[in-house]
Design a binder for this molecule. Structure first.
Ligand SMILES: Nc1nc2c(ncn2[C@@H]2O[C@H](COP(=O)(O)OP(=O)(O)OP(=O)(O)O)[C@@H](O)[C@H]2O)c(=O)[nH]1
Ligand SMILES: [Mg+2]
Length: 310
């Protein structure tokens, strides 16, 4: 039997967490120009971007005309369908291929976006799926960064490979890969220091980590996960462009969607880059990382989940 109940509560939880990101469509009123204009403004304000907003509104207006949409509930469902269709192509969850041992995930991104926290959450998720996990403390820039990863490791009972502060991150990753290999770990997740694309030496450091991994296993890293703070709006798009150019990003993990972030940035990113959105961060706790699902996310954004009101 299908299990619809968890899905509904999942969307409800997502809707509750998204709060600020959610679109507001007043129930009860007629579907008229002013409602549609208000919605257009909300899409623009939520970082969907001009071009995508225009395309969404064009489609919505056409469907309002042709499908005779008269009330807010129908409008919501239609908008959910349109947004869901836009997000569908990037709704491709990360699959851990255990033929690669270890399956290597390299987490990258600018400072403070939630890389280390997301790694902790991922470790928890993989452990629950009966996968053995090892973490590599590739952020040797700050001593506190190593400690932060070790704290997650201790909390989840996951081994962390680290070296003294200031060590070459590529050397840490080399050691960690060998340890993961010899211990038969399924997944190795590599933490890295936050960096800006303008810091050429730090971008080179990431490339070096990639080269070292490729020497150990030509197929590694199997995932280059760019963690983004969804609250940084259009800036997140620049980060995707620049990190992708430097280190070939294969997946995105937007975080802090529970805060002041506007969910539209995911739609803009999907449209512009087509890079899979693997996970979304919706809080600071280990369980606050969800697999990205286009339909559920669109539902949460527009409030079409059963029992959920805007
Ligand atoms: N509300 C909320 N906070 C988050 C989320 N993800 C991370 N954070 C918080 O964001 C802050 C920075 O997280 P870190 O994981 O240290 O970020 P980082 O990218 O590793 O930072 P650097 O290593 O300094 O570049 C911490 O206070 C986290 O608790 C999220 O999804 N929601
Ligand atoms: Mg960190």
């Amino acid at each position: 039997m299908n299990q619809p109940a968890p899905k509904i509560s999942f969307v409800g939880k997502l809707r509750a967490r998204l709060q600020r990101a959610a679109l507001r469509i007043a129930p009860g009123g007629p579907v008229d120009d002013s409602l549609l204009e208000d919605l257009e403004t909300q899409l623009l304000q939520s970082d969907v971007g001009m071009d995508t907003t225009r395309a969404v509104m064009e489609e919505l207006r056409t469907r309002v005309r042709t499908a005779r949409i008269h009330n807010a509930a129908e409008l919501r469902t239609t908008l959910q369908e349109i947004l869901s269709a836009l997000l569908e192509p990037v709704s491709r969850p990360l699959v851990i291929d255990t033929n690669h041992q270890p399956f290597v995930i390299l987490a990258v991104g600018v400072n403070g976006v939630g890389k280390t926290t997301s790694i902790g959450k991922l470790a928890q998720r993989f452990k629950s799926a009966n996968l053995s996990v090892m973490l590599a403390a590739g952020d040797t820039f700050r001593a506190a960064a190593v400690e932060q990863l070790q704290t997650w490791g201790a909390r989840l009972n996951v081994p962390v490979i680290a070296q003294a502060g200031g060590a070459d991150p590529a050397a840490v990753v080399h050691d960690a890969w060998q340890a993961a290999k010899s211990r038969g770990c399924h997944v190795l997740i590599v933490d890295t220091a936050g960096r800006l694309h303008t810091q050429g030496n730090l971008m080179d450091e990431l490339k070096k980590i990639r080269r070292v991994l490729a020497r150990l296993d030509p197929s590694a890293p199997h995932e280059c996960l760019l963690v983004l703070d969804a609250g940084t709006g259009q800036n997140a798009l620049r980060q995707i462009q620049q990190f992708h150019a430097a280190v070939s990003v294969t997946g995105l993990a937007p975080t802090k969607l529970d805060g002041t972030a506007k969910g539209g940035i995911l739609i803009a990113a999907a449209q512009r880059f087509g890079i899979p959105i693997r996970y979304i961060g919706i809080g600071e706790q280990p369980e606050d990382l969800e697999i990205f699902d286009a339909g559920a996310f669109a539902s949460a954004l527009v409030g079409t989940a059963e029992g959920v009101s805007s």
